[in-house]
Design a protein around this ligand. Sequence first.
Ligand code: SF4
Length: 64
Amino acid sequence: MKIRIDKASCVGNARCAAVSAELFPLNEDGYIAVEEIDVPEGMEALARRGARACPERIIVVVEE
Ligand code: SF4
């Protein structure tokens, strides 16, 4: 599973990082720091929760 994020559209409210700071690292300004993440085994549920938590709907879970 991968996560893709439309980084340029991030508004920096950190809802994703509140679900998992490991999966959704923020930069020093509080915006999402990554555009694509390989979800480690066992973290799939957190990845889906983080995607749902984003009010901008810019986090997409890509099932493989
Ligand atoms: S929840 Fe969405 S808008 Fe908020 S910091 Fe994360 S990616 Fe950006």
